[in-house]
Unconditional design. Structure first.
Length: 193
């Protein structure tokens, strides 16, 4: 498997950060990221395995079951904090989410009266969400290319760190946002390791 030899955002030198997890950190901007560069087919296989029954992403499968039963799954503290900051009691916003998963945020946004479009790399998961009537497309952030100056906000929860070409992703996010639009995201806390 290929590896990044420099920062995937600022192209500066990187150093090992948590070698056991194959995480590197940029010596300049301090971005922490997975050092191995995966091919698209490898990524598809990895995410399919993560989402399989009793796999590492089983909590997402449980959330899907809740959605099927008409129950809004709990939105975690960090996600809720970002959403509230962006929404600020407004309705009818155009919101996109990359890494939309099974549709937890999508379901909430629809109920709150927002115009939502989700993008989910794992096709099986996107199809499950779509089967519930949630507007989630089976494509990664590249799906945003159809939308220039469209969204008031773009959300990405625990996703940015998975993106292989982060520079291209950030450029596309910027193009897809309306002037003055917001990017709201969370990343894992590596301090816990």
């Amino acid at each position: 498997m290929k590896s990044f030899n420099q920062c995937k955002v600022c192209s500066n030198e990187i150093e090992p950060y948590i070698p056991d997890l194959r995480l590197a950190r940029c010596s300049n901007c301090k971005l922490i990221f997975y050092q191995e560069l995966a091919e698209t087919n490898d990524l598809k296989s990895i995410y399919k395995d993560l989402y399989k029954l009793n796999g590492e992403y089983q909590p997402h499968n449980d959330q899907y079951t809740q959605l099927q039963n008409g129950i809004q799954p709990r939105i975690g503290f960090n996600k809720k904090k970002v959403i509230k900051k962006i929404i600020q009691k407004r309705r009818g916003l155009d919101i996109a989410e990359i890494g939309a998963g099974v549709g937890v945020v999508a379901n909430w946004m629809k109920k709150e009266g927002h115009h939502y479009m989700g993008f989910e790399f794992e096709e099986g998961v996107a199809n499950k969400a779509a089967s519930l009537g949630l507007p989630i497309k089976a494509v990664g952030y590249e799906g945003l290319r159809e939308y220039n100056d469209k969204f008031d906000a773009i959300l990405a929860f625990e996703v940015i760190e998975h993106i292989q070409d982060l520079s291209d992703c950030l450029k596309q996010l910027n193009k897809s946002l309306k002037p003055g639009g917001y990017l709201g995201f969370t990343v894992p806390n590596t301090d816990k390791y």
